[in-house]
Structure formats: C-alpha cells, structure tokens
Design a protein around this ligand. Structure first.
Ligand SMILES: Nc1ncnc2c1ncn2[C@@H]1O[C@H](COP(=O)(O)OP(=O)(O)O)[C@@H](O)[C@H]1O
Ligand SMILES: [Mg+2]
Length: 358
C-alpha cells in the first residue's frame, strides 16, 4: 500500500436531507421571531444536519454561529455553564472556525467582563445580549445553537436552588427572538420528555417552532446501499437490491446502524451479519426486561407486536412510569408533538418482536 496516501476503505456518508436543509434555510432567511426546537430519536442525525447546514451557510452569508454541543461538555453547576458560554479572548487570537468553536466559550469576552460576571457584578444575559446587538449592528446574523440543552436542566442560577437556569435561558431566548429579533436560536434534543415540557409550556409553545429530524426514508437508504462507492467510498463489495432490502428490514433508516452493518460486511457475509444483529437486539431487550417489574414491562412491550406506536392517552399513570424509563434507556422514543411512544428504531422493534417469539 502507498503509505503517503490518506485513505480509508469506508467513509462516513451524508445522505440526502434536501428537505431539512431547505427548511433550515427558510428559517434562517427570516428575521428571528421564534425559537426552533429540533427533536427526534437518538442518532437520527440532528447534530450532523446542523453542522452540514452551517458549514454551507457560513460560505454564503455573514453569519456568526455560536454552536454549543452540551453532549460533549461537562455541565453540573453554574460555573460550568459560565465556562461553556463565555471565554476570555486574548488579543491577536485568530478567528475560530465553526468546528473549532463548538464547545467552550461561545461568547468571547474580555478579562474585565469575566471578572465582573464571576463577582456577580455583571449579568451574563446582558453580556450575551450586548454581543448579539453588536453583531447585528455590524450586519452579521447571529445564530445561537445549543445541542442537547437538557444537560443544563439541573443547574441553578448562582447555585440558588430557587432559580432554575433553564427558565432564565428560555426567557432570554424568547426575548432574543420574539421580542427583539436579535438572533436565531436553535435548540436540539434527543430527550423527548425535555421537549415535551417545552411543548406543553403554553408560553414557549406560542413562541417556538418544533421540527422533527428522523431516520432516513427507505428510498434514501436504497439509494445509499446500491451506490456504496459513491456515498461511502466502499470499493471492496457491492450490494444487490435484495441485500439492501434485508438491511432496511433490519435497521430501517437508522444511519448509525447502517454504517455499522456496512463495516461488518468487510469481514462477514450479509446473512451472518444480519443474524448476529438480530440476536444482539433481542439480547438488548432481554437485558432490559429482566428485572422485578418484568411482567408489567412485558405487558407494555407486547403492545408493539401489532402496532407501531402507543398513544399517551391510552396508558395508565403506573404504565407511564415504566414507559418513561424505557424512553430514558432509549428502548422507546417519546414524540412530544404527537404524544406517542414507539420503539427507538426498526431494529428495536424487531428486538421486541423476537423477544416474544421464543
Ligand atoms: N444524512 C446522513 N446520512 C448518513 N449518515 C448520517 C446522516 N446524518 C447522520 N448520520 C450518521 O448518524 C449518526 C448519528 O448522527 P447524529 O447527528 O450524531 O445524531 P443525533 O444528533 O440526532 O443523535 C452518525 O454516525 C452520523 O454520521
Ligand atoms: Mg446529537
């Protein structure tokens, strides 16, 4: 092999998302007037979509994208929040690019302001607002993206248990969008319950748009699997239409799992890979179910044998406690906009089915 050549036998694909990219563009092209809440099951591609979108947009428009990915940041107390939101800029520092600017200190401040914030002589929200105003005056559109915002859920302002940070942040977001039209605010979360709380808060509901990013549709999956060289730069093998169908039947449009299957196919035949995959999902359900509440959990999971989703209205409050845990453990997803529970993906649905088959 040529050592100088930087190559992989499989690359990370990015399939379609035309509709989503267009919808995001429409959102960004309007003066800010509402918060955008992006929801959807874990690994449905929310973060990737946002990265792609802003990579494209930053080339076309004067944007200042402040992208905070809280999945990658440790946030526990108020000081962690300050660290995530603010950083001191030393003079002569070169402007960071979007990807290098993801995690810490999305608002650049000078040392004097930092000191004031830490000594509680300056209100961090006022400091943020000032920067957003400054950018707008320079005719740069500020965009604030917070990925996995629920990570801030247990934090209190100045560590005062009476004042939830998240409430203050939401007030700030409403002020920045609906009231003063200063910045685009985009929130993403995989936590259906968190979004549900927002969705059922009448004031936030009125000032927000909810947008679902879901796994890929079948036609996209087929397009990908029948053109592996084009999308994943895989040259070692190709798949037939029947192979692609089998993969779709196993994991549906879950990109992460498709990618995983594709990498297993370098070593093993499809039949074997699919067999092992199904076994793995079955045992995942077994591991989850084996606990004192097994009977009650089985009763609920059995409902998914002949249906795709379960409406919140149809379950008792006892059942809801169990369902909540299944959502927390990513067995089920809760869609706040429809108030329904359903298996996290096709593979989980299969896992549930094969659990009852034996
Ligand atoms: N449009 C896409 N086409 C192919 N793979 C994708 C696409 N979007 C995301 N992925 C892959 O799916 C996985 C999960 O994506 P991610 O954006 O982290 O999901 P989320 O933020 O919703 O949890 C990643 O491995 C990513 O590379
Ligand atoms: Mg994400």
């Amino acid at each position: 092999m040529d050592k100088d050549k930087f190559e992989y036998r499989q690359w990370v694909a990015f399939i379609n998302r035309e509709t989503e990219l267009n919808d995001l563009r429409n959102f960004i092209d309007k003066e800010p007037s509402e918060i955008l809440f992006i929801h959807g099951p874990k690994s449905s591609g929310k973060t990737t979509l946002l990265y792609k979108f802003f990579e494209q947009m930053e080339k076309e428009q004067k944007l200042d994208v402040k992208f905070l990915n809280l999945r990658k940041t440790f946030t526990n107390v108020y000081e962690d929040f300050l660290k995530a939101f603010f950083s001191v800029e030393t003079s002569g520092e070169k402007k960071e690019t979007l990807t290098s600017n993801i995690n810490i200190g999305i608002f650049k401040i000078d040392a004097a302001i930092e000191k004031k914030i830490l000594e509680k002589r300056a209100d961090p929200f006022k400091v943020m607002e000032a920067e957003l105003m400054d950018l707008t005056q320079k005719r740069i559109k500020p965009v604030l993206i917070i990925d996995e915002l629920q990570a801030l859920d247990k934090i209190y302002l100045d560590n005062d248990k009476e004042r939830q940070l998240i409430t203050a942040l939401f007030n700030f977001f409403v002020a920045m969008t609906k009231e003063s039209h200063l910045a685009h605010i985009i929130i993403a979360s995989s936590d259906g319950y968190f979004i549900d709380r927002v969705y059922t808060d009448s004031r936030l509901k009125k000032t927000s748009t909810f947008y679902k990013v879901d796994y890929l549709a079948k036609k996209d999956v087929m397009e990908w699997l029948l053109n592996l060289e084009k999308y994943s730069k895989i040259k070692d093998y190709t798949l037939t239409e029947a192979d692609a169908e089998k993969i779709w039947e196993t994991v549906g449009g879950s990109m992460w799992e498709i990618q995983d299957i594709l990498s297993l196919l370098f070593e093993q035949p499809l039949e074997k890979v699919i067999y092992l995959y199904r076994e793995r999902l079955r045992s995942l359900i077994v591991d989850y179910v084996v606990k004192p509440e097994r009977k009650e959990i089985e009763k609920l999971l059995r409902l998914f044998l002949d249906r795709d989703e379960l409406s919140k209205e149809d379950v008792s409050s006892d059942d809801e406690i169990l369902l909540r845990d299944m959502v927390r453990q990513n067995i089920l997803y809760f869609d706040p906009t429809k108030a329904t529970y359903y298996p996290q993906g096709k593979s989980y649905h299969l896992g549930i089915r094969s659990y009852f088959k034996r």
